[in-house]
Design a protein around this ligand. Structure first.
Ligand code: NAP
Length: 494
C-alpha cells in the first residue's frame, strides 16, 4: 500500500514508547484495495466451500499454535493484561471452528414451501455480497477485526478491513495467519489510515459494511449505508447494568461483578458500568465487591495480573474527567479514581462510585474504562426499571438464584443478558446472536444470521403442471371459489 502522507505511529500504552508505524493510506489507496479484493473474490467464489472451511480449520490451529505472538502484539498495542488478551485468541479460534463447521449447512440451497403445494417447487440459495468492508475499534483488535471477517470469507466474499489506527499490527498478524492457512493473499485487504479518510471510503465502496465502534460514528456510517442502500451491521456502545438480587450467591457475586466491570480494563462494549443491588444484601455485597476490587493486581505483563493499562493517556483523562464531574456533583468514591503513574501514563485504578446524581455525565454516558457506580434499590421491579432507563441496550447481567435470574432476564431490554456472569456466557455462545437494542446497534454478529447477513438470498420457484392462475379455461369466479376452499382446507392440513 503506498501513501504520501506521514505514517501513523503506534505506541505501547504501557510504556509510552513507539511500537511501530504504518502508512496513513488515502482514499485512492482504499480504492485500489477494493479493486484487488474484487478480482480475488471472483476466483474465491468458485473455490469449493469444503476447501474454504478447511482453510478456516487450519487457521484455528495456527491461532492456537501462535498464541504467544498474538498475545504479545495485542498487549503491546492495547496495554491489556494477558488474560484479557487471551479472550481474543479464544474468540477467534471458537468463531473459526463454529462457522467452518456450520457454513456447509447454511449455504447449501434449501427447499422452501411453494406457493401451491406440489405444483410450485421453490428453492432458496445464497450468493456472497462481493466485498465486505469492516471497520474495527481498538479495544479487541483481534476479535473485532478477524472474527467478523471469518463468516464473510466463508460465505465467498472478499474483505477490506480498516483496523483502528492505534492497533493495526494485531489485525495484520491475524491476516498473516489466515494467509498461512491458505487464504488467497489478495482476498483480505488491510488498509491502515484514519477513519475520516479510509473508513469513509470503505463505506462508499463496500457491498456490505460491518462496523464496530462508537454510536456517534455508527450514526455517520449508517447515513452513508442508507444513502447507498447497502446492508449494514453496527455494534455500538452501551451503558450496561447489573442487578444483584437478594438470593444471589454472595460467595461468588463479588468475583463475578469484578470480572464484569474490570475485564479488559473496563474497555469492553459489554462491560458493566452500573450495579443495582437489592437493599437486603447491599451492605454485605458492597463490602465484598470493594475488597475484591482493591485486591486486583494491575499491570500489562504476565498471566498473574488482573487488569492492564487503558489504551492511552487521553482515555485515562477522559475517564478521570467523568469521575471528577460525578464527585463534584455529590457522588462518593468507594475505591479507585486515581492515576497510577508508578506503573505508567495510561493506568487508572479500578473505580467504584456510589450516590451518583442523575445530572452527572457518567450516570447515562459510557465511560469505556474501569469505572462503575452502585445504587441500592428497594425491589427487583425498581432495579429492572432503572436498568432499562437508558438509550442503550447492549448487555445486562443478573446475579441471582437461577429462577430469579431467568425471571428478571426476560424483562431486560438488551441484546444479551447474562445470569451469574457479566458478559462472557452470551458472547461465548457463538451459536446465538450478539448485538444491541436501541442506540447500541443495528444487526447482529454470531449465530446463523452472522454468516447469512454477508449473502444475498435468491428465491427460485418453478411452477409445474398448472399455472398459478388456475387451469386453462377456468372461469375467474370458479378459480376464486376453488382457492377459497383450498385456503379453508389448507388452514387445517398445511
Ligand atoms: P470510534 O471512534 O467510533 O472508532 C472505531 C473505528 O471507526 C476506528 O477504526 C476509527 O478509525 C473508525 N472511525 C472513526 N471515525 C470514523 C468515520 N467518520 N468514518 C469511518 N470510520 C471512522 O470508536 P472508539 O471510541 O474508538 O471505540 C470504542 C467504542 O466502540 C465504544 O463505544 C464501545 O462500546 C464500542 N464497541 C462496541 C462493540 C460491540 O460489539 N457492540 C465492541 C467494541 C467496542 P480511527 O480511530 O483509526 O480514525
Amino acid at each position: 500500500m503506498t501513501s504520501t502522507v506521514a505514517p501513523i505511529i503506534v505506541t505501547d500504552p504501557r510504556t509510552g514508547e513507539t511500537y511501530g508505524e504504518v502508512p496513513a493510506s488515502t482514499a485512492a489507496d482504499t480504492q485500489r484495495a477494493f479493486t484487488a479484493a474484487r478480482n480475488a473474490q471472483a476466483a474465491w467464489v468458485t473455490t469449493p466451500l469444503k476447501e474454504r472451511s478447511k482453510i478456516m480449520l487450519r487457521f484455528h490451529d495456527l491461532v492456537l499454535e501462535h498464541q504467544d505472538e498474538l498475545l504479545d502484539v495485542i498487549q503491546a498495542e492495547t496495554g491489556k493484561n494477558r488474560a484479557s488478551a487471551f479472550d481474543e485468541v479464544l474468540d477467534v479460534a471458537i468463531t473459526a471452528r463454529h462457522y467452518a463447521r456450520r457454513a456447509q449447512r447454511l449455504l447449501r440451497p434449501r427447499r422452501a414451501k411453494g406457493a401451491l403445494p406440489v405444483l410450485t417447487r421453490t428453492l432458496v440459495d445464497h450468493s456472497p455480497k462481493g466485498v465486505v468492508g469492516i471497520i474495527s475499534p481498538w479495544n479487541y483488535p483481534l476479535t473485532l477485526s478477524i472474527s467478523d471477517a471469518i463468516p464473510a470469507l466463508l460465505a465467498g466474499n472478499a474483505v477490506v478491513l480498516k483496523p483502528d489506527s492505534q492497533t493495526p499490527f494485531t489485525a495484520l498478524l491475524g491476516v498473516h495467519l489466515l494467509v498461512e492457512a491458505g487464504l488467497p493473499l489478495e482476498l483480505f485487504q488491510v488498509v491502515t489510515g484514519s477513519g475520516a479518510v479510509v473508513g469513509t471510503e470503505i463505506a462508499q465502496q463496500a457491498d456490505y459494511l460491518m462496523f464496530t465502534g462508537s454510536t456517534a460514528t455508527g450514526r455517520q456510517l449508517a447515513a452513508i449505508a442508507g444513502e447507498r442502500l447497502i446492508d449494514f451491521s453496527a455494534e455500538l456502545g452501551g451503558k450496561n447494568p447489573m442487578i444483584v438480587a437478594p438470593d444471589a450467591d454472595l460467595n461468588r457475586a463479588a468475583a463475578d461483578a469484578v470480572r464484569a466491570c474490570f475485564s479488559n480494563t473496563g474497555q469492553l462494549c459489554v462491560s458493566i458500568e452500573r450495579i443495582y443491588v437489592h437493599e437486603a444484601i447491599a451492605e454485605s455485597f458492597t463490602e465484598r465487591f470493594v475488597a475484591a476490587t482493591q485486591a486486583l493486581r494491575i499491570g500489562g505483563g504476565g498471566w498473574t495480573e488482573d487488569v492492564g493499562s487503558m489504551i492511552s493517556p487521553a482515555q485515562v483523562d477522559s475517564a478521570i474527567a467523568m469521575i471528577d464531574d460525578a464527585l463534584n456533583r455529590g457522588a462518593r468514591l468507594l475505591t479507585g479514581g486515581t492515576r497510577l503513574p508508578e506503573l505508567g501514563e495510561s493506568y487508572l485504578s479500578p473505580t467504584i462510585l456510589t450516590d451518583v446524581p442523575e445530572d452527572a455525565q457518567l450516570y447515562r454516558e459510557e465511560v469505556f474504562g474501569p469505572v462503575v457506580y452502585m445504587e441500592t434499590v428497594a425491589s427487583l421491579e425498581e432495579a429492572v426499571r432503572k436498568a432499562n432507563d437508558t438509550e442503550y441496550g447492549l448487555n445486562a447481567a443478573v446475579l441471582a438464584a437461577p429462577y430469579t435470574g431467568w425471571n428478571i432476564a426476560l424483562h431486560l431490554h438488551a441484546g444479551s443478558v447474562n445470569i451469574n456472569e457479566g458478559f462472557a456466557a452470551t458472547f461465548g455462545s457463538v451459536d446465538a446472536p450478539m448485538g444491541g437494542w436501541k442506540a447500541s446497534g443495528a444487526g447482529r454478529r454470531h449465530a446463523d444470521g452472522g454468516l447469512l447477513k454477508y449473502t444475498e438470498s435468491r428465491t427460485i420457484s418453478e411452477q409445474r403442471l398448472v399455472p398459478i392462475a388456475g387451469p386453462k379455461g377456468l372461469a375467474r369466479d370458479k378459480y376464486a371459489a376453488l382457492m377459497t376452499t383450498a385456503l379453508r382446507l389448507g388452514k387445517w392440513v398445511l
